[in-house]
Design a protein around this ligand. Structure first.
Ligand code: SF4
Ligand code: SF4
Length: 280
């Protein structure tokens, strides 16, 4: 028996919305009973796209996070439903029965990821089915995975040790989105955005970008060093949230600078002016 999973590599996602459009193309106007009925014209995002902006001007980064139903192993939507309206198939897909779920609007608020949508016209809750109607016909992947031009969506059988997804699933790279929900999802992510610390170093006496300054980040018992680029910019990525760090900037002939920084948010230290050190 297959046990399906998906890994979404955010480092590869360009935010093109092809996955969302493929889902819409498959499900808008098409009934697939008993798996699901057609999506309505508006208001449903079975493959949602979160556009996450980080930092502030002039250092702003945008990450795209496609978010389907996570097909959890401990799904509160199943518990919230009455009469077995939401159930988990042996292959791991969490399904909403379009007949049994009629009128059960309260199922929507049971999902902390908010990926269940209400179909007003049909009076039913609906969400991503991983295109189970296609998998049951022998398709190897859902429409969103097939449509992704960058290979950001990896889908397959977690029970097959030779499958691509099995090789990555239990590695440190594959992370759970919102692990605090404790739902044991069957969708994982690579490259979930963390915090960054960045800055721009300037030689005050010359009013020029300070290229090749040494910038050292210390914190959590670790030390990393980078060099500023042609524009005097430096950056440390993938830092934990709410942690304390020290940033030290050094360049021969100039007085070094140190900053205490907390990563509650992403941090841009702005322009840091290096003064010439006084001669002895
Ligand atoms: Fe249910 Fe939400 Fe988990 Fe999907 S992500 S299985 S809707 S709890
Ligand atoms: Fe990202 Fe692929 Fe979806 Fe495009 S189709 S938004 S690249 S996951």
């Amino acid at each position: 028996m297959n046990r399906y999973g998906m890994i979404i590599d955010l480092n590869k996602c360009s935010g093109c919305y092809n996955c969302f459009l493929a889902c819409r193309d498959e499900h808008y106007g098409n009934d697939f009973p008993p798996i699901t009925l057609a999506q309505p014209f508006q208001g449903h995002f079975w493959m949602q796209m979160i556009e996450q902006e980080r930092g502030k001007y002039p250092k702003v980064k945008v990450s795209f996070i496609p978010k389907p139903c996570m097909h959890c192993d401990d799904p509160p939507c199943v518990i919230a439903s009455v009469n077995g309206a939401v159930y988990k198939r042996p292959d791991g897909i969490v399904m909403i029965d379009p007949e049994k779920s009629a009128g059960q609007k309260e199922i929507l608020s049971s999902c902390p990821h908010r990926v269940i949508f209400w179909n007003e016209e049909k009076n039913i809750p609906q969400k991503c089915t991983l295109c189970a109607h296609l998998l049951d016909q022998g398709w190897e992947e859902p429409r969103c995975v097939e449509a992704c031009p960058t290979g950001a969506l990896l889908f397959g059988d977690l029970n097959d040790p030779k499958s691509e997804i099995s090789k990555v699933w239990n590695s440190e790279r594959a992370e759970v989105f919102h692990p605090e929900f404790e739902l044991k999802p069957k969708v994982k992510y690579i490259g979930i955005p963390k915090r960054f610390i960045a800055g721009t170093v300037i030689f005050k006496d010359r009013d020029e970008c300070a290229q090749n300054a040494k910038v050292t980040l210390t914190g959590r018992g670790k030390k990393q060093t980078v060099r500023t680029n042609n524009f005097g910019d430096f950056e440390f990525e993938d830092l934990g949230e709410g942690e304390d760090f020290t940033v030290k900037i050094e360049h021969p002939g100039y007085t070094s600078h140190s900053f205490k920084v907390q990563t509650k948010l992403d941090v841009y230290l702005g322009e840091i002016l290096l003064k010439r050190s006084s001669r002895k």
